[in-house]
Ligand binder design. Sequence first.
Ligand code: ZN
Length: 292
Amino acid sequence: MDKGRIIKLVGGLYTVLDQDNKRHTLKPLGIFRHRNIRPKVGDMVEFNKDSITKVEERNNDLYRPLIANVDQVLLVNSAKDPDFSFLLLDKFITLIESNHILPVIIVTKIDLMKDIELEALKEKLAYYEKLYKVIYFSSVTKENLESIEAVTKDKVNVLAGQTGAGKSTILNTINPDLDIKTNEISKALGRGKHTTRHVELIEFGQGFIADTPGFSSLEFKEMTLENIKYYFVDFFELSHQCKFNECSHIHEPGCEVKKQLEMGNILPERYNDYIHIYNEVKALKPMYRRDK
Ligand code: ZN
């Protein structure tokens, strides 16, 4: 019995990469359908010469793109053009955290910023470095390319981030053989919700990356008001010291998050983004709210 990972699904045929980097084209066992087991890209599987015989339990399961066992999301934010946005950063982080996946923050186009601007940005982002890995990257100078290679090694990665932030540039810099056209991936972003298209994991340095970005829709329809506070991991740590168990960190007395904010230990942008996201979820039509 061989083991491997599904890296591609086209027309009901799976491509499985085994431990020796050999590819196998396989079908799932017929019995899977009766048991409602649907292998998907990213799955670790056992197989014989023509069939996938067992699907191992998943660590996580993304809906868009349809990939299982994602290790991390490379969250790409441009320093400039388009301008850096803390709100976008925190919106993406919230969505990624809600899927129980780790974000890696990559700040691109740092060569477009003046030194003094970049220093100011880094000073603020130092707050996020306490929570996540932050990499400053330039495709022009190749600064910190090796950090991206190191962080993605042996991992299944998904790219996320605003259109134009430089996702395809990162792909092409690490894996020039791919030659993904810049607008190709932005087209992929706009591909929409209704298209079911094949998904593929491509070799990326010494790891894998999905050929289509995730979290392209920044809607919070799946989120409940009560859960947002868990996705701000820094607030969650402090919440044990809040006076009320279910503190929303907005209007309750004895709130440790607000106390730390006033003491200057929480980045104001971060707290404002939390309020923004909270209000956005609150304003969703009740039909979309699970807590209603
Ligand atoms: Zn609180």
